[in-house]
Every structure is written in C-alpha cells, then in structure tokens.
Design a protein around this ligand. Structure first.
Ligand code: ATP
Ligand code: MG
Length: 429
C-alpha cells in the first residue's frame, strides 16, 4: 500500500495512495495549504484547499513543523502546475514523529552551511537530496565492483582489523588495548590477503575499513577509509593493472547507466574512460615535474608535482616503475634493475586512487627486504611462514573507495564521500 513519491505519476489520477516521509516545506496561503513531502526517492506536493479537505486534517497541517515525520493517505490528482505533474489531496495525516524547532541545519538547501556545521549535524545534512545522492552513487560503485569481481572469479573475504603488527612498519597506526597486550587497527589487509594466496584462494577481494593515524588534515585523507583490495595468484603487476582498468571502466559505465537521477541532482556527468589507460614511468613523472620543481630521484612525488603531471596527462593514468626504496617491503624489484620495482599507482588527475604491485614471493628475499627497511622479521613470522611451504607468484592492489568517488563526482573534499568522517579532530558523530 505504501508508495515512494517516485512511484506516483499523473496517470494515477483518482487512485488512493499512502506516502511516508518528512515535511520538507509548509506553505500556508490562508485558505490553501501546500505541504511538500520528501522521501528517499523525491518529493510530492500535498495540497489542502480549505473547502475540500476535512477541517481536522486542515488544522493539523497548519500546525505541522518542518522535518516532522508523517504518514499521509489521500487521492492522487493530476495537476500540471505541481512538481512532477501531480498532487495529493489528503484524507488522513498522521504525525509519526514531531520535529523540534529551530532546526540546526536547513534541509531545503536555501541557507548554505559550512562543511563543519554540516558534519556536526550529519543526520540532517544527509537528508538533503544532493548529499544523499553521493551515497546512492557510492552504493552503485560498491555493487558494480562486487558484480565485476565475482564475474571474474574472485572470492570475497574479510580479514582481521585488530592485528599485532604494522602492515608496513610505519608509524601511522592506532594502538588498541587487547586484554593484557597491545594491538593495532590494521592499516590494510595486505599481509592477510597475501597469506590467502598461500592458502590457495587464487583470487580474493575485500571491501573493508583501513585505519591510518595520519597526523595531517588534508582534503584527501581520512583516518578511517574504505579500501577495495584484491590479490591474484599466478600473475604479475601487468595482470592486476588490467583488472583495475577493467573494473574502473565497468564501474563508471554502471554508474553512468544506473545513477542518471542522482548524477542529475549532483549536476555531474561520469565520463567512461578509454582503455588502455596512459602509463608514465616514475622517471617520466620526474621529468614533467622538473618544469617547476626539482625532485631528487628516489623521493616521493609532491602534491605540486602531481598537480602539474595531472594537468598534463589528466583523467585516469598509471605511474609505474617506482623506486623500490619508497615502496613497501613486499613489493617486487625488477631482477635486472632492482632499484626500481614492479609497482604502480593509479591516478586521476593529481589524486592517487590506488597502489599496487607484484609481490616478492620468495622467503629469503622477503626476509632480506624486511630487514633492509629496519624492521624485525620476527614480528612478521606468522606472515613469513606462509611463504615457506608453497606460495604462488602473486600481485594485487588497494583502491580507496572515497578517493574514487571524489574523482568521478568531482567532490572537493574526501569528507563528502563518507557518511561519518573520521579525521584528525573529528571523532563524533
Ligand atoms: P597517500 O600517499 O595519498 O597518502 P598512500 O600511498 O599512503 O596514499 P596506500 O597505502 O597506497 O596509500 O593505500 C592504497 C589506497 O588507499 C590509496 O591509493 C588511497 O586510495 C587509499 N587510502 C590510503 N590512505 C588513505 C587515507 N588516509 N584516506 C583515504 N584514502 C586512503
Ligand atoms: Mg600509495
């Protein structure tokens, strides 16, 4: 019996319907009241001419407070002047939950608000169609990612988020107390997805949280982000770059086809990129950057350098063959040139979306690589053991969901792409 506003059309003239939602606006013209009802899928105009509707219903409508939750039963009337060509003449209005006043945030978007105020009142902010549209697209991105990877023979897995060691030995870790021991929140599923290659899963993916104790506050870093991770056996970096490229194209296509309504609300068009994506080497990236900035070989590319490279190359592209020493210990160096590695970053303009590589799969080389970073192989023994009794060559990557959304929806701040962002200062809501 209950319908979404988007399920009603002028063709249903005369039909009885029940709608549930929030009172978005009240326009009281004396002898005529208009209520705008908002639900997840859109809006409906509820029209109350004093002479037509029940006096009790009329006086109830007059007193209704914005953002209250209601159930309305009434008759559909085709009406050219109403939004979407119909209005509802109510027979019954039930107030399910009355909203307090004043509202801390204007849901109608007539009064603009700072991002911080919006995030402080996120439950209200999320009621705004423009904000909610981001999460409808996010849903589609995750759905099509799952569809694509399952089609390609991947198995979805979940690995532990409470761990005993740093994935990469960095300092960007959140400690947690684990009974009488210290533990950490995992920065990435890296070690576990590699162990699953030893376990014979062949192709796995995980969509889950990663925790980074990044001290800085930027528009592209969160302290809790969502990562799409894959790991594939019997392949190399080239093999998984192809999977990544195919996934990006598939997802962009599916968002562009399935999210028309939400993209319109957001006023963006999702371009479907052409394969293969352009590839530049780290050395070529340095050369482009050198027009403005001299970066010594072996150092990471600065944001300014990436902006310059992004301007020149644009859209989706790979930066490949990174210096081994600035990539994590598990990344495979080229045999004939061990100072560079079989690694890649997927970029969108200046923004890094994913990092990946072929992995070292020989025990001795891996122990040596861990040592060379000043890390202690003993704390990685649980991981190293899985390399002693038969592990195939393998490769994989991690793709940040929020960064991907930011790039396709042209969002300025990564906080817009997550429901309840965690950053250097924000722990609530
Ligand atoms: P950056 O250099 O941009 O800080 P990173 O190289 O440290 O990123 P990786 O460890 O390569 O990140 O993680 C793989 C992907 O996970 C990144 O390309 C990014 O999309 C996402 N990611 C990593 N850290 C964050 C973060 N703090 N906030 C949001 N997304 C992140
Ligand atoms: Mg990276």
């Amino acid at each position: 019996m209950r319908k979404f506003t988007a399920e009603i059309s002028p063709k249903m003239d005369g039909e009885k319907v029940k709608l549930c939602g929030w009172i978005h606006e009240v326009r009281d013209l004396g002898g005529l009241i208009f209520l705008i009802l908002r639900d997840r899928e859109g809006f409906a105009q509820i029209t109350l001419p004093k002479k037509v509707v029940d006096p009790e219903v009329f006086s109830k409508a007059r007193k209704i407070k914005r953002e209250s939750v209601v159930e309305i039963e009434g008759e559909v009337k085709a009406e050219e002047k109403a939004p979407n060509g119909f209005e509802i003449i109510p027979k019954k209005i039930l107030i399910l939950n009355e909203a307090d006043t004043p509202l801390p945030l204007d849901v109608t978007e007539k009064v603009p608000a700072e991002l911080d105020t919006r995030l402080d009142n996120r439950f209200l902010d999320l009621r705004r169609p423009k904000v909610q549209a981001v999460f409808r697209v996010r849903h589609q991105v995750l759905k099509s990612t799952r569809d694509f990877l399952c089609k390609e023979g991947f198995i979805e897995v979940q690995t532990p988020k409470i761990v005993s060691t740093a994935t990469e030995g960095g300092t960007e870790l959140f400690p947690v107390s684990y009974f009488e021991r210290e533990a950490f929140l995992n920065q990435s599923p890296q070690l576990y997805k590699q162990m699953l290659m030893s376990a014979g899963f062949d192709r796995v993916f995980e969509i889950g949280p990663i925790f980074r104790a990044e001290q800085h506050n930027t528009t592209r870093h969160l302290n809790e982000a969502t990562s799409i991770d894959i790991e594939v056996s019997f392949t190399d970096h080239e093999g998984v770059m192809k999977v990544l490229e195919d996934l990006i194209v598939y997802t962009c296509e599916s968002v562009s086809n399935e999210c028309e309504k939400f993209l319109k609300i957001l006023n963006v068009e999702v371009e479907v990129p052409e394969k293969p994506f352009e590839r530049i080497s780290y050395d070529e990236a340095l050369k482009i950057a050198s027009k403005k900035e001299e970066i010594p070989w072996g150092e990471d590319l600065s944001t300014n350098a990436l902006k310059l490279i992004g301007e020149e190359i644009g859209n989706f592209y790979f930066i490949v063959d990174w210096p081994t020493k600035i990539k994590p210990f598990y990344v495979m160096p080229y045999e004939e040139k061990p100072e560079i590695s079989k690694s890649f970053d997927l970029m969108h303009s200046w923004l890094e979306l994913a990092s990946g590589a072929q992995r070292i799969h020989r025990y001795d080389a891996l122990v040596e690589s861990i040592r060379s970073r000043g890390l202690n192989p003993e704390s990685f023994q649980f991981y190293l053991d899985s390399f002693r009794f038969g592990i195939p060559p393998h490769a994989g990557w991690g793709l940040g969901v929020e960064r991907f959304l930011m790039s396709i929806l042209k969002l300025n701040n990564i906080r817009e792409a997550t429901l309840f962002p965690r950053d250097r200062i924000r722990l609530v809501p």
